[in-house]
Ligand binder design. Structure first.
Ligand code: CA
Length: 226
């Protein structure tokens, strides 16, 4: 059984998530503060963590940043909950290390779908074969990416995006396809998310390796191995 930890200070939301996820067959433990959740995380093995952003004491994004510092938890799937639409720019811009986020109020079915998708990718990665493209090497079982011998620090979404583009090398991938495949649901009105991720990905891959990800104006992107 997959174990999920939830950190949410609002009692009714915490209980709702807990009961819903238990209903979907997950083992769930819920905590009021990031400190309690992280303490429990270090004491037992878990598959996924959910953090609310606004928390008393350490907030969700600070907690995620702290967790990502440790190699043991670099690949732990983490989902961030955020209360306001307005915060979304911050969520995207922050590069806080969360693998996905949801805006409150959200439906429990959607939450469960996102969780399953995160868990499925981790399982697929564990059986994946190494891929190399030019100076970039990707190790799916550790979710690590190297540029020559230098390890690149990619967020979950950046990794997914790069992997997808690599797997469809030389083919033009449309923006809609990327949003559907990587984000997995209707992103109408938020397609800026994709631009931001492409931009950070290009920065991390490095200017000297451009154009690895070519923009196909008005259509989408193409990964070029030259
Ligand atoms: Ca809160």
């Amino acid at each position: 059984m997959k174990r999920i930890y939830v950190v949410e200070d609002e009692e009714n939301i915490r209980e709702l998530i807990k009961i819903a996820l238990q209903g979907f067959g997950f083992e769930v433990q819920a905590f009021e503060t990031a400190e309690e959740g992280m303490d429990a995380m270090r004491k037992s093995k878990l598959n996924l963590m959910i953090f609310d952003w606004m928390l008393p004491g350490m907030d969700g994004t600070d907690a995620i940043r702290e967790i990502r510092k440790s190699t043991a938890y670099r690949h732990l799937p983490i989902l961030l909950l955020t209360a306001k639409d307005k915060e979304i720019d911050k969520v995207i811009g922050l590069d806080n290390g969360a693998d996905d986020y949801m805006i409150k109020p959200f439906g429990v079915l959607e939450l469960c779908a996102r969780i399953r998708s995160l868990l499925r990718r981790v399982e697929e990665d564990e059986s994946g074969e190494e891929k190399a493209f030019g100076t970039i090497r990707l190790c799916p079982n550790t979710r690590e990416i190297y540029k020559r011998e230098e390890r690149l620090e990619l967020t979950y979404k950046e990794y997914e995006l790069l992997l997808y583009l690599m797997e469809h090398e030389t083919k033009v991938v449309t923006r809609e396809e990327l949003l559907n495949q990587i984000w997995g649901y209707d992103y109408t009105g938020e397609s800026r998310t994709l631009d931001i991720h492409i931009r950070t990905l290009r920065q991390k891959i490095g200017e000297e390796n451009q154009p690895f990800i070519k923009t196909v104006r008005g259509v989408g992107y193409r990964f070029v191995n030259e």
